[in-house]
Design a protein around this ligand. Structure first.
Ligand SMILES: [Zn+2]
Length: 272
């Protein structure tokens, strides 16, 4: 059983969503967390969850505004975000995200990105939800903001740093702060010499598997559209590095996702 903890299924490239979900199910996927980049996508994700409420795949989502879209996060979007958090069906929204900093593209001014990141960390705290963090070429500022926000209180399961591509040292700091680390298709690329060392260093109970569909397609489908069925390639790579059978690694990452996103295992498994 697999849990793809990061997929943008409301993307317009998924005009065959029913087939995508069926293929995911056939590949062993039982749960998908829909990742969202802005308020529109957050609202669409909640609608998708309602539409597929009786599907054999379990859908969950995060809601929030990506650093690329930080400049759009005004009072009106904050109200819409809070409305979603207040009225969405129980257990549909399990995190606030993607939030964070992206200094690679700089699609929003950095000052705005930092401000919107902090405001959404506060909203997540208010609603007792973990966060999904996107960070690119902004490691130091991200760590500073997180340290300022959380202080030195030790805590478990504050969130996940999604599509992690940082160093062993950064992973260590994030783990100490109570974060999980999400891995995606790029760990399967031959030229990624850095990923095995990072994966080897992350404790088993902090690893999540993601696709980031439709992006970041793993080998052997690199170059094509990504979809949740391919999360098994990410899993196999991690299992290989950790010297564990894939089904054992699947069980561990599935339980990590349930724990992090506060999904009651008892209720979850009885519904499967
Ligand atoms: Zn994403």
């Amino acid at each position: 059983m697999l849990f793809d903890t990061h997929a943008h299924l409301t993307d317009s490239r998924f005009d065959d969503i029913d087939d995508v979900m069926d293929r995911a199910y056939s590949a062993g996927v039982r749960s998908i967390m829909l990742a969202t980049a802005d308020i529109d996508e957050s609202e669409q994700s909640v609608m998708l969850i309602k539409k597929y409420a009786t599907h054999r795949l379990n859908l969950y989502c995060s809601v929030g505004v990506h650093p690329h879209e930080a400049k759009t996060f005004d009072i009106e979007s904050e109200t819409r975000l809070r409305d979603l958090l207040n009225v969405a069906p129980k257990n549909s929204i399990v995190a606030v995200g993607e939030i964070g900093l992206d200094y690679h593209y700089d699609l929003s001014p950095r000052e705005t990105q930092r401000d919107v990141f902090k405001r959404q960390l506060a909203i997540a705290e208010e609603y007792h939800l973990p966060v999904v963090i996107h960070e690119r070429e902004a490691t130091q500022d991200t760590l500073h903001i997180l340290m300022d926000f959380y202080g030195s209180d030790p805590a478990e399961d504050r969130g996940v740093v999604h599509c992690f591509s940082g160093s062993v040292e950064t992973a260590k700091i994030l783990i100490q702060m109570g974060f999980c680390i999400g891995f995606d298709g790029p760990i399967t690329f031959k030229n990624n010499r850095h990923a095995p060392e990072v994966i080897a260093s992350v404790p088993l109970n902090r690893i999540l598997i993601e696709t980031d569909s439709p992006y970041l397609t793993p080998v052997p489908y690199r170059g094509k559209r990504n979809e949740p069925a391919y999360v098994s390639y990410v899993l196999d790579k991690i299992a290989e590095i950790k010297h564990l059978p894939s089904d054992e690694m699947a069980r561990i990452t599935y339980e990590n996702a349930l724990r992090l996103f506060r999904i009651s295992p008892k209720q979850h498994f009885s519904e499967l």
